[in-house]
Design a protein around this ligand. Structure first.
Ligand code: TYC
Length: 107
């Protein structure tokens, strides 16, 4: 069903006009990896291929970007998906006793 919003004229009369449908896109979030001195490079590449569906080549590129620049983007997702990825990656890293940190911020 469509919504209606009030439309006032100068004499204080109010009519109803059909409101424009409010179709805002949901905000997107960048999921990022942070560099550290201890997590093995191979483990980071594995994270990027397994959880972010990157090719080995792309994963190596992103891992090296994080290694040299301190931070790199793994992908951009809706809030729920981004939160889940961050959680899964951080849990997986902890389970393997690596200090790798995954975070998110609005794109
Ligand atoms: N700096 C790590 C090393 O030299 C590798 C690394 C890359 C760690 C990316 C974390 O997000 C990271 N072993």
């Amino acid at each position: 069903m469509s919504d209606f919003e009030p439309l006032k004229d100068g004499d204080g009369n109010t009519a109803l006009q059909e409101a424009k449908p409010q179709l805002k896109r949901p905000p997107l979030y960048k999921v990022m990896l942070l560099n550290d001195d201890f997590t093995p490079m191979d483990f980071v590449v594995e994270i990027l291929t397994d959880f972010f569906n990157m090719s080995e080549e792309k994963a190596t590129q992103v891992m090296l970007q994080v290694h040299t620049q301190g931070v790199g983007v793994c992908g951009t997702y809706t809030k729920d998906v981004a939160e889940t990825k961050v959680h899964i990656v951080n849990e997986y890293s902890r389970e393997h006793h690596h200090p790798l940190m995954c975070t998110m911020e609005e794109a």
